[in-house]
Structure formats: C-alpha cells, structure tokens
Design a protein around this ligand. Sequence first.
Ligand SMILES: C[S@@+](CC[C@H](N)C(=O)[O-])C[C@H]1O[C@@H](n2cnc3c(N)ncnc32)[C@H](O)[C@@H]1O
Length: 628
Amino acid sequence: MLHTYFLKQRLFKIHNLPIRFGALKRKFKYVLGGVQKRPGHKYYFKEDYLNEYDAFTKYYRTICSNGYISKISSEVDNMGDYCDLYNNVSEDTKSLQLNLFYEPFTDHQKNENILYATDHVRIQRNIDKGNQLIATRNLSRNTVLINEKPTVLQVAPLCSCVGDSRTSLYRCHHCGTSCKQFYTCDSCNVCTFCSRKCLTIACKEYHVYECFGLQRHFWSMDDTDYGYISFRILLYGATKDFNTDFTNYSYGNVENNYPFIYGLESHFKDMSRTKVNKILYSAVRNLLYLRNKTNFFKPYKTKPNIDDMYMYIGGLLVKHYCQAQINSIILKFPNLIVASGLNISSGSGKAICPTIALINHACSPNATIIIYSNYLVVKSIKSIRKGEEITVCYTEVNAFFSVAERRLITEQLLYFTCRCAFCLFEENSIEAPYKCPFCENGNAKQLENSNTKHLGMCTKCLKTFPLDALMKHIKRAAKYKSAYNKTNSLETLKKLEACYKQIFPLNSLHLLDIYRLIYEKHLGLQDKPIEILKYGILIFHILENGLCTLYIPLLSAKVMFMYKMVDMKRFMDIKHVTQEEFDVAKQFTTEVVKLKKDLLFYLPEERLQYYTYIQTKVHSFFQGITCP
Ligand SMILES: C[S@@+](CC[C@H](N)C(=O)[O-])C[C@H]1O[C@@H](n2cnc3c(N)ncnc32)[C@H](O)[C@@H]1O
C-alpha cells in the first residue's frame, strides 16, 4: 500500500526538509521527463513560499494517519478503462477545421525588457498592487500592447462524452491553434496536434505523463478546477529543472519562463480553509497519479530521501494550483462560436501567460484580452494617456455595482481587495468624506478612538484638526436637506451646495449629486445659459476625476452637452460674462476640442463630423465673447 510505503520511507520526518532537499537535488542531478539535467543548476526555496509546501506535507501526514490516503490512492489505482474518445469523430468534422483566426502581429515595436510586449508599456512597482504595466506614451484605442503565446496551455481534448464531437472544433493540444489537419498521439488517440512538431514536443515534455489520465478523464477540466493546469505547470517546470533563477533584469524568457511563473501571485495565505483543503486534495491526487501511473519518479526510486522529493513536488503542485487560480486566462473562444456557429466545448481551456499576468484588474478597465488562435493579444479599448496604468477586467464586475459589491466579488473569487482608481475614488468619498482644511481636495475622516472623537485626520497629509467647525456645517446641511426634500426649492438646494462645499472636497460624490439635481431638475432653457454651462462643467470635472480616464460615454455626453448649449436660443445672446465664468467656459471648450483625436476612433465618420461641428461652434463662440 502506498501509505505503508511512505511510512517506510520515513516520510513524516520532514521539518527541515527544504534544506535537506536542496542538498538532495544537487546530489541527484536527476533526470526528469526524459530530459537529461544539466549539472550545476541551483535549486532553492523562497522563504515566502514555504507555506504552501508546509501545508502540503502537514496535510499529507494527516490523511496518511487517518487512512484517507488509501482512499485517494485506490481511486487512482482503479482508474477505469479509457472511453471511446475520438472514435466518433467523422471525416466531416475534420473538414470543418480551419485556421480562421490566426492574425500575426508583426507591425509593432518589440519591448526589449518584457517578453511578448510592445514598447508601449513598462513595468512599475505599486505598493498596493505589486507589479503593474504602465503606458509609455499616449495610446489610441485598438493599440496592440501584448501579443503572447501561452507558456502553459490547457485545451480540453475532444471527447464524445464531453461534448458533441460532430460540431466541435479542433484546437492543438500543445499550442492552441485551430487547424485544418491534425495529428493525434498514437497511444491515447485523444489529443489532437496541429503539427508533428507540436506532437513531438508535447510527447517529450509532458504528454507522456498525462496521456493515461486524459484517456480516463482524470482531470475535470472545467472552469473552476485548476488540477490539470497545475499539473501541466509542474511538468513545464520539470523540463526546466525547476530552475527559478533569472539573472538579468528583463521579464520573461522563451527558453525558460518558469522563474516568471514561479514568481506569480498565489494568495495562498488569503484562502479559506475549505478552499485550501480542496487544493491540497487535488495536489495529493496529482502526486499519487504521477507516482503510481507514470514513471516521473522513476529516476529517484533507488535514491535515499525519495520521500523528500514527493513532498517537494506536492508543495509545488499546491503553489501552482493557487497561481493558476489567480493568473490563468480562461479561453472561451467566443470569436470562433460567433463566426463558425460551432459548439467548441473541445476548444475551451485556460492559459498561463506570465507577461499578461502583469496586468492588474480595474472595474473600469482600459484594455482587454482577445484570443487569436494560438496568440493572446492585449489591446487598448480606450485611449490611454502616458503614465496611465494598463488594466483589464478580471471578472464579472463593472462600475455599475457599488464599491462594496465589487470588492466582495474580487475578495471572494480572487482573494484581493480591489484598489483600482475607480474603487479608490468611491472609497474615499465614503470612508474619508470630509474636506481637509490644509490640502486641496484632501479626504479626511473622523478618528474612531473615544478620546479623539472630535478629531479629523486627512488621509493625504495625515494632519489632524478639530471637527467642531465641520460638525456645525453638517448639522446645517441636514436641516437644508430635509427642507429641500419638502419644498424642492432651488434656493434651498443652493444653500445645501454652499454648505456641502464647506464639508466635502470639491470633487466629492456628494457635490456631484447636488450639481446633477440642479442641472437636470432645476435648470431649464429659460435660465442663464452660463449657469447651465457652469453646472454641466462641474459634473464633468467630478466624473473625470473619478473615472481617471477618458471613455466613450463620458466623451459623447460632453459633446451632447455642448450640443444642448448650441441649441439654446439665448445662448448666442450672451454678450457679457464674468471673467471667472469666461475662463471656466473657455478652458472647458478648449479641452473638448482637443478630444477630437479621441473621438476619431470612437465614432463613425458622419457622427464625428457632426460632433466636430458642434465643438468648433461652441469653442469659437467662447473665443469671440467679450469680457467686462
Ligand atoms: C494577475 S496578477 C497582476 C500582477 C500582480 N500585480 C503582480 O505583481 O504579479 C493579479 C494580482 O494583482 C493584484 N491586483 C490586481 N488588480 C488589483 C487591484 N485592482 N487592486 C488590488 N490588487 C490588485 C492582486 O494581488 C491580484 O491577485
């Protein structure tokens, strides 16, 4: 029995295992995956990651002692006969396979320091989010930023018991290309490859270990299970001697991307116990499969301390499972479904792309990931300013949920509290709502401690100040608010606005609500156009400040706003405005005119011409107006 075997191997004396194993590995110079190891490689464990490793060994010890290990072990040992995978595939299906979506990108400048990226981006460290990608110049929409081939890929193999093979589309198991002709592995007849080269590499590097399991659906391959991809990352690491050294400062290496996979975020420590147990179970299962059903460990069987090796691999499987959860890109291939009308259950999967994994999440993102056959391409979906962070949306959250709802989703599913620009802005308005008397637009909060109950502290300059004066305004504001709710009078609302300006920063959401009410409910065509312009501009300023970037609804709203101004009969009659009003209006119209470049790629030509006409008209009006 396996557990007795492990017992014999003194598997449980593992407290100082990393050090012992480091020495062990150097001693072994072992052979993995049929590839002869080069001598002299360094092996080490990073202090930070001992936790996954320790957790695995502890779990293993527990399930060995309560007999559970024999249950998993017999599950692996009794894996049934393989199914009739692939036999049902007709000739017709084969003729449906086309490499429709291959689109090589050759026209962009390569980044010298980041593998697969264009020179439009660079890496920066952020205290809250770790690595982030930053735009090195102003970018227009639809710009290619990264064009990456997955380092590790999971493509669910085609099988009649998983999906209807007659309407399925084939993808290369190794590189993901959708292909016209394919080759299959002789022994499993399950995995399809686009070329003999892919087949040979796959068989040599990892397929030899997975072949048996794939025939028997050992891995579920569904969206929420990362057992298979963690196994594949491990096998990729094995071909690179688990070498996690990177000597120069550039990010990514085609020859050995394992150090960069190894360095990916895992959030192991943030996961719930149930989740961790699921991962540990998957790791044990994979480990037993490797041990019982493949010759992965064969080169070490005769060596002492083979038990250390098992624990080391188990720890890595846990680590890679966690990393895959956080960093894999789910491949749905919707472009293929739309274009071909095919069910592509066989074509879906996951990809590990260390360069794309540098991109952080945002609830209002400025880039997206597109799948082109065997490439994953990151393209901008908005115009991006130089220095702005490149972001994509990881999950089904969007800016229309509240910050609390969005954070609940990222915390539960992805183990981090979202700190994107949009969330921070909203958070500040809720958690530290007050105006700081010392710095412009600083957000201050009330200190919680009972001794300091009447003290406020600015989150920006960290200075404290008495809240008494603010409290007076807050009381007064409450009075005005209830009065407004009863009377709906513009006069009261303006008093509330004045009061809010004493309490909240000028770009706060509280003031936005007031401006919106005034603009949408109280100002009509009979009012002074300059008043309308003033409140409209205030609304746009707050929105832009919050959203941090330019995006299409905001842009078209701005132009529609200008259109409204042009349409107002009395607008053209304005002869005199105050210097202040004039400056604000001029600055705004100049900004809008500058946006033409952005509009250029957002709008069809007819609409663009129309919008440009409006912009120019209002702009020239303000250029021509006289001031006292
Ligand atoms: C795919 S990685 C992105 C690169 C990562 N910053 C790094 O240093 O490796 C995802 C991880 O980045 C961090 N992250 C991404 N977006 C974030 C956000 N909006 N707020 C806070 N952390 C974020 C989280 O730790 C998340 O698990």
